[in-house]
Design a protein around this ligand. Structure first.
Ligand code: MG
Length: 368
């Protein structure tokens, strides 16, 4: 019985709200509908980034995590809206409530994205496609928002699938379709493949899943490290990661593997500058601040060290992250070392910071 259960194919749904923050703003403000809306930080001065752009704004090339200044250049008549995270959080809970009618195995990835395991759904509907349809309908009817859903037998394929017919899409990739689907998939779409890895793959003549499939597991490992083994599995449609309810974000960061080993502190600092920008953008996007900065260094002989430093106050700003990471690097640096990878992450978040400020007179919460 137990083995039978283990061999049973899982039914996984990945739900992703369409242009979430922007859609909520368009829903709540009639004058924003049909217009290019950019939700994010201010475009004057420094630091503002795009959190979400409406589909009308995306037509101009505006994307999430892009500096707001650049967004303004691309679309001078875009309407910039300050995020109302308290509202998004509330809507997110309403969405979660809809999910919970069907399953308790819900793994939120962010406010607007979650995995659901509906292998044994509460209503005995049985069909994951039908459940995805009902969830989309409920989100539309009750919240006046649209979501896209991907349905498959594992997390990776479900997540890729939800992106295929966006917005308001529903895509099912069944067991018999996975192999073909994976073979056609461009390498940069594979989970965990960043820009550097994708470039490296392309230089090796690996452009699609079908190309990756030609490499043995050992070859994958040799070229791409530990991640290579994961790619080896995933290109064959194998992903056993479970849907983990109540998963909390414990750390957030970014790392980069270099095409050439770095040997000087100057080179490494220059890379840290770039990585820190990605980290700061991610933190801003998820509205997180952390007390602990961790630096990861991997050497050409695959040895790896991590060094961390904690501060009294939580930080999320680029300058503090960069300065701390460079300090950590400086104290661990030794002449002659060849560095292959650098990473920066923040952890020790406490609670989500919404940057709310209580107005003393009205008692109302204000953002920023
Ligand atoms: Mg989304």
């Amino acid at each position: 019985m137990e083995t039978e259960e283990k061999n049973q194919l899982r039914k996984i749904i990945h739900i992703d709200m369409d242009a979430f923050y922007a859609s909520v703003e368009q829903r709540d403000n009639e004058e924003y509908r049909g217009k290019p809306i950019v939700v994010g930080g201010p475009h004057e001065g420094r630091g503002g980034v795009v959190a979400t752009a409406s589909y009308e704004a995306r037509k101009f090339g505006i994307r999430s995590a892009m500096p707001s200044k650049k967004a303004l250049q691309l679309c001078p008549h875009a309407i910039f809206v300050r995020p109302r995270f308290a509202v998004y959080k509330e809507v997110s809970q309403q969405i979660r409530e809809i999910f919970s009618r069907y399953t308790d195995l819900i793994e939120p990835l962010s406010l607007d994205e979650a995995y659901l395991d509906v292998t044994n759904d509460k209503l005995n509907i049985g069909s994951a496609i039908e459940i995805a349809k009902q969830i989309k309908q409920a989100i539309q009817d009750e919240l006046r928002l649209t979501a896209s859903a991907g349905v498959s037998i594992n997390k990776f394929v479900a997540k890729i699938a939800s992106d295929i017919n966006k917005p308001n899409g529903l895509k099912f990739i069944g067991p018999s379709g996975i192999e073909n689907f994976m073979e056609l998939l461009p390498v940069e779409k594979f989970f965990g493949v960043g820009k550097v890895t994708a470039e490296k793959m392309k230089k090796m003549g690996l452009h699609t899943g079908a190309d990756l499939k030609k490499l043995t597991e050992d070859e994958m490992h040799r070229h791409f490290g530990k991640a290579g083994r994961f790619y080896y599995q995933i290109v064959r449609g194998l992903d056993n990661r479970e849907v983990q309810p109540h998963r909390e974000t414990k750390s957030m960061g970014a790392e980069d593997t270099f095409a050439y080993d770095l040997t000087t502190l100057a080179e490494m600092n220059a890379e840290l500058d770039k990585i820190a920008v990605t980290v700061a953008n991610r933190l801003e996007r998820y509205q997180l601040k952390g007390r602990t900065v961790t630096l990861k260094v991997k050497y050409s002989d695959f040895k790896q060290i991590t060094r961390n430093q904690s501060s009294a106050a939580p930080i999320a700003d680029l300058e503090s992250i960069t300065a701390t990471a460079k300090q950590l690097l400086f104290t661990s640096f030794e002449e002659g070392q060849k560095v292959r990878l650098l990473g920066i992450s923040l952890s020790n978040f406490g609670e989500v910071i919404l940057r709310q400020k209580q107005d003393k007179q009205t008692g109302q919460l204000e953002l920023f």
